[in-house]
Design a protein around this ligand. Structure first.
Ligand code: G3H
Ligand code: 13P
Ligand code: ZN
Length: 322
């Protein structure tokens, strides 16, 4: 067993309390490889933002779970070498789909896990989430649960349609499971195609968020599927051989509004994927003779840093809060 404190990580408790009091949200950036991890630590250290490093089940398999522990330790040490005091870093399992996966993550150094029982019947979601909380809390690890279903097209997150969170269920769910935060469904979805083409983007359901806040005063809420799908990157991809027609995300002003509410954690993956892919496509097209990965992965990393600094400063309000 590797406890997260041995890696220099923190759980979400203090971060969410401060985010709630300060009216901002902590970025939860997904990563799968070295350049993404470097970019997250650089951007968040430079803006002095607390950060949640987020790993999906697929990312854990991709990066190798043994390697990951060392990457997390390295990330904390890199942060300490960039700015003093070092920014707080959480290592979080994104969309955990079983008790055993959550246990394995707790035992290999994660400081926070999500158990996503949102696709299960309500009572099964409660029972599974409670079981994970009982284990994780014995190790001081935070747990995120989810109520309501987000539509999405990722490998491990599949749902044809979204089902909004029912505010009348949240008090029962939180009190019976003991979760530390709750992901809700208010109209965001995973991936780069959040709204059907030709249809005006419906605003997020701030009325549901307000009803949840009223039922659970001061309780940390999580927003998944929060990429903005920045048109500049989609255009760059399409201009260099890609084909992402009709990709659309959540407008930044709506995320800004959410971040000032009880939303304490905002999940961003697709925007980073798009930024990296856009720059890599452009660099390879501009320099067909290059075969040194540093010449395209380096600029892709720089673009990620720029993107994340912008999110921390202008969207989430987390800059300067570390
Ligand atoms: O919400 C899911 C994340 O974007 C992770 O996606 O399962 O393809 O790693 P993934
Ligand atoms: P996006 O696909 O909008 O980036 O959402 C990511 C996410 O919710 C990860 O859990
Ligand atoms: Zn998600």
């Amino acid at each position: 067993m590797v406890h997260y404190k041995e890696l220099g990580l923190v759980n979400t408790k203090d971060l969410f309390r401060k985010a709630m009091e300060g009216g901002y949200a902590i970025p939860a950036y997904n990563f799968n490889n070295l350049e993404q991890l470097q970019a997250i630590i650089m951007a968040c250290s430079e803006t002095r933002s607390p950060v949640i490093l987020q790993i999906s089940k697929g990312a854990r398999k991709y990066a190798n779970q043994t390697m990951l522990v060392h990457m997390a330790r390295g990330a904390v040490e890199m942060a300490a070498s960039i700015s003093k005091p070092a920014i707080p870093v959480v290592l979080h399992l994104d969309h955990g789909d079983s008790y055993d996966l959550c246990v394995s993550c707790v035992e290999t150094g994660f400081s926070s896990v999500m158990i996503d029982g949102s696709h299960l019947p309500y009572e099964e979601n409660v029972a599974l989430t409670r079981k994970v909380v009982d284990f994780a809390h014995r190790h001081d690890v935070s747990v995120e649960g989810e109520l309501g279903v987000l539509a999405g097209i990722e490998e491990h997150v599949k749902a044809a349609e979204s089902l909004y969170t029912k505010p009348e269920e949240v008090v029962d769910f939180v009190s019976r499971t003991g979760v530390d935060s709750l992901a809700i469904s208010i109209g965001t979805s995973h991936g780069a195609y959040k709204f059907p083409p030709g249809v005006e983007q419906p605003p997020l359901r701030f009325d549901i968020l307000a009803a949840v806040e009223k039922k659970l005063p001061g309780f940390p809420i999580v927003l998944h599927g929060a990429s903005s799908v920045i048109p500049e990157y989609v255009e760059m991809i399409n201009a260099h051989g890609g084909s992402l027609k009709g990709a659309r995300g959540v407008p930044e002003d709506q995320l800004r509004r959410a971040a000032t509410s009880a939303v304490c954690k905002v999940n961003i993956d697709s925007d980073g994927r798009l930024a990296m892919t856009a720059v890599i496509r452009r660099k390879l097209a501009e320099d067909p003779k290059n075969f040194d990965p540093r010449n395209y992965l380096g600029p892709a990393r720089d673009e990620l840093v720029k993107l994340m600094k912008h999110k921390n400063e202008k969207v989430l309000g987390s800059a300067g809060k570390a």
